[in-house]
Design a binder for this molecule. Structure first.
Ligand code: NAG
Ligand code: NAG
Ligand code: NAG
Ligand code: NAG
Ligand code: NAG
Ligand code: NAG
Length: 511
């Protein structure tokens, strides 16, 4: 099939709204686009029904064969953003109950909130960016003839100035600008958690020390606390250095876990090895297909991967990308699988250091949940590599078997780990503590915990359920569960081969 026929309808430049200022509203854009897709599908179904009455289009009577016979429906519903493997704009998680549906019984309310968030939409890192520019240089060589699906390249320019690139930094243009995404997230979380913001004292929040995380935290705070938060005393940002020697007292355990950094086989590099194994497999047919459109050039497996990366990153900077139309849906699912292998083995369920790394923030968080007088919000900004281990510790997205493995010679379709809607740009975990009943001299309040992954309310497998609140667990059960994960995954200092006098827990996380 000709790939451009499968393009996501709203990536066509003509339907993408113009870049807006900081107060722009990607949420609004997405809602509008959802409507467009909804209307398109409705229109198709209507046409399809009439088609049937007239004995036309799909000529089948039951729904399933009709869907099978009319792939255009599926093409309209297929959403590229769920296949960008963490290089795409923030998207809500599809599995799980949406926030608006996750209402609480009357006598219950959210009384403490913990968020661990990835920085917002950004440009490529220096490494990836250098790879892109090197590929473009070769593609634009006078010996190369660009035709077919690559002919757009004759007029295409890179999405950041190659002579002064904004690599590593947030995007600030287009409908998915990281700056406005962070600001709007702050605004919408304020609507949810306004009752937890003290009026007479300052609220602390935290960021690791990368410029893009600090910037995200600041834009978020502009939306959440108001733009004068840093001068009028309503909030205070604490930056936690990404230093190697902080031991367990860190937001970025991947930097302080020495063995994880040094173990070239099963540590941090494990994910890159698995990624490369699959890269050579899935890009091979793509390279063969595209070779005819870039005559005079040998396309390596990294070249194909770089092209696919540029789709996501150009969307983040410009709102759309011609690269996205170069590849088929199946090829995008292979790319997403590559990104899943990277994260699953770099710091996820497939990495044996991850459980101990993710435990640190969870332990600090469960400890704060014991403080009945703290009705506060706790917001922290980190990297994808610091959120993924938390998922490993919780074992929520593990494979349904004891050994955590994903193959690299073929794609496992029914896997549980999907990087795209766990750590998209701005990806976030939110734990809510919920209090039910009136506190009085004779009775205490009951406390529960629930977890949202990108606003999708998620079940804790293996923990006793409560009847009255969807997917919530008792606070005491949650705390026992976190404590038991230390027995399972080991003590951070031992797992990481740190000395006895290295800090053994997070100390800064409190109001
Ligand atoms: C959300 O709630 C509405 C109204 O109860 C229901 O129709 C809808 O199916 C729910 N959506 C999901 C994804 O649970
Ligand atoms: C990063 O982007 C922000 C937002 O556009 C901008 O204010 C800042 O100057 C950039 N930082 C660097 C180092 O380019
Ligand atoms: C702030 O106000 C709350 C109630 O409004 C009160 O309980 C608390 O003591 C006050 N804190 C300070 C530091 O004044
Ligand atoms: C700070 O400014 C915001 C508006 O930007 C306002 O809502 C808040 O009450 C102010 N806080 C203090 C402590 O003055
Ligand atoms: C509980 O939280 C309150 C409000 O954040 C804080 O003042 C107090 O020190 C905390 N108590 C403990 C034991 O940490
Ligand atoms: C653990 O650390 C010590 C000293 O810091 C070092 O000598 C030793 O080789 C390390 N062990 C492993 C398994 O990395």
């Amino acid at each position: 099939m000709f790939p451009s026929q499968q393009a996501r309808p709203f990536l066509l430049p003509s339907t993408v709204p113009k870049p807006k200022s900081k107060a722009a509203h990607p949420g609004h854009v997405r809602r509008t686009l959802s409507w467009i897709i909804f209307l398109a599908v409705s229109a198709f179904l209507t046409v399809n029904l009439f088609g049937q009455i007239r004995g036309g289009v799909c000529r089948t009577s039951s729904l399933l064969p009709r869907l099978g016979g009319c792939p255009a429906i599926l093409a309209a519903v297929w959403d590229l953003f769920y296949h960008l493997g963490g290089n795409g704009p923030w998207i809500p998680r599809k599995d799980g109950v949406p926030y608006s549906n996750a209402s609480l019984p009357k006598q219950c309310s959210v009384d403490q909130v913990h968020m661990l968030s990835r920085h917002a939409e950004r440009y490529p890192t220096r490494n990836a960016g250098a790879r892109h520019l090197q590929l473009l240089h070769r593609l634009h060589s006078s010996e190369v003839t660009l035709t077919g699906s690559l002919s757009f390249l004759k007029r295409w320019t890179y999405f950041t100035d190659p002579y002064g690139p904004a690599f590593e930094n947030l995007t600030a243009t287009g409908p998915f600008a990281g700056t406005s995404q962070a600001f709007n997230t702050g605004k919408s979380l304020r609507l949810r958690y306004d009752h937890l913001v003290p009026k007479n004292r300052s609220t602390k929040f935290w960021s690791c020390s990368s410029a893009r995380d600090i910037l995200t935290a600041e834009y978020f705070a502009d939306g959440f606390f108001g733009s004068d938060w840093s001068t009028n005393g309503s909030a205070e940002l604490e930056v936690i250095p990404e230093d190697r020697d902080r031991g367990a007292d860190t937001l970025t355990p991947g930097d302080t876990c020495h063995r994880y950094v040094e173990d070239g086989t099963y540590g941090h590099d494990y994910g890159y090895r698995k990624l490369e194994e699959w890269q050579t497999v899935f890009t091979e047919p793509i390279a063969r297909r595209l070779a005819q459109h870039a005559q005079g050039l040998d396309l390596s497996h990294l070249d194909i991967y770089s092209m696919m990366e540029m789709c996501g990153f150009e969307v983040l900077a410009r709102g759309s990308s011609s690269w996205c139309n170069v590849f088929t849906h199946e090829e995008w699912s292979h790319f997403a699988y590559a990104r899943d292998l990277l994260h699953f083995y770099r710091a996820g369920p497939g990495n044996s250091y991850a459980g101990a790394m993710g435990w640190l923030w969870l332990d600090a968080t469960q400890n704060l949940m014991s403080n009945e007088s703290s009705k506060d919000v706790y917001f922290s900004f980190v990297h994808d590599g610091d959120i993924v281990p938390v998922m490993a510790t919780l074992q929520i997205l593990n494979e349904h078997r004891v050994i955590q493995e994903l193959p690299t010679n073929q794609m496992k379709r029914d896997r549980r780990w999907k990087t795209s809607d766990i750590v998209p740009m701005g990806g976030r975990l939110i734990f809510e503590r919920i209090a039910c009943g009136e506190a009085s001299l004779t009775s205490r309040q009951d406390y529960f915990v629930r977890l949202f992954i990108n606003d999708g309310l998620t079940r804790f497998p293996g923990l006793p359920h409560v009847d009255k609140i969807t997917h919530a667990v008792r606070l005491a059960d949650f705390q026992r569960f976190i404590a038991s994960r230390k027995d399972l995954f080991g003590d951070f200092r031992q797992v990481c081969n740190l000395s006895e006098d290295a800090p053994d827990k997070i100390t800064f996380l409190h109001q």
